[in-house]
Write a protein that binds this ligand. Structure first.
Ligand SMILES: Nc1ncnc2c1ncn2[C@@H]1O[C@H](COP(=O)(O)OP(=O)(O)OP(=O)(O)O)[C@@H](O)[C@H]1O
Ligand SMILES: [Mg+2]
Length: 219
């Protein structure tokens, strides 16, 4: 399939920086092509050793996850690999959950978000970094979107005995954010589920960046 644009197109045209990476983090920028706005997540500016190992692996992992989740509302659409070092997908206008005040979030937002995460699980993928509120968007239409599949795992390549634990890590992230932003809408059965998950020691070491797959871009 023909790619919507190439690295050469990026060289000649202006783009907006979304985030500048350090070490193992990609640079993210917006690129406009006709009517469409794209995000380019680019590991090319990383030091050569990082770029050729970690960067390649991360770009491919994110691309494969987005392919697997294609068509689900709230997942960035039209993902493609620009080259071995950069993954691109459509920009979704909105604000991150971290930046969004609770009163600007619809009452049904977290119900939709839980549904989105369950749809992802049905396709045999776990995200594993849902506790990070920079990975969740409140779109301009007030709907949830999930970003950043660098830490995701394809359950088809993971021992079955771990599936429930891994899905629970995601669900605990959904309910933790729900409890922080809209506590009045977190009903007693979901709250009890969150509390029981929080007591499980095996989840503790995974809080924050899971599986040691990320370095923090901000100090
Ligand atoms: N498809 C998208 N639409 C709109 N904004 C996006 C999109 N993808 C990423 N962003 C913005 O870029 C930020 C960083 O994206 P992402 O989490 O994928 O990169 P990262 O390298 O993991 O950064 P961080 O360390 O901040 O999590 C997001 O918090 C969001 O503000
Ligand atoms: Mg992120």
């Amino acid at each position: 399939m023909r790619k919507p644009f190439t690295r050469k197109d990026l060289e000649n045209r202006a783009f907006n920086i979304i985030a500048k990476g350090r070490w193992g983090n990609a640079d993210l920028y917006q690129f406009q092509q006709g009517q469409k706005i794209w995000v380019v997540k680019d590991f090319l500016p990383c030091p050569p050793f990082i770029r050729k190992t970690w960067g390649r692996f991360m770009a491919k992992r994110e691309f494969m996850a987005l392919q697997k989740l294609k068509g689900i509302a709230g997942i960035a659409a039209e993902a493609f690999l620009l080259d071995a070092y950069a993954v691109c997908y459509r920009f979704q206008p909105g604000t991150t959950l971290k930046e969004t005040a609770s009163d600007l979030i619809n009452d049904d937002y977290f119900f939709q978000f839980e549904h989105l995460v369950k749809m992802m699980h049905q396709r045999n993928l776990v995200h594993l970094d849902i506790r990070n509120r920079r990975n969740i968007l409140v779109t301009d239409k007030g709907q949830p979107a999930l970003l950043d599949f660098q830490s995701s795992l394809n359950l088809e390549n993971t021992p079955r005995a771990l599936h429930k634990i891994l899905k629970d890590i995601d669900i605990s992230g959904v309910y933790k954010n729900w409890d922080q932003k809209k506590p009045a809408f977190l009903d007693s059965s979901r709250r009890a589920h969150l509390e029981s998950l929080n007591k499980k020691r095996f989840l503790w070491f995974l809080k924050g960046y899971p599986l040691g797959t990320k370095t923090d871009r901000r100090s």
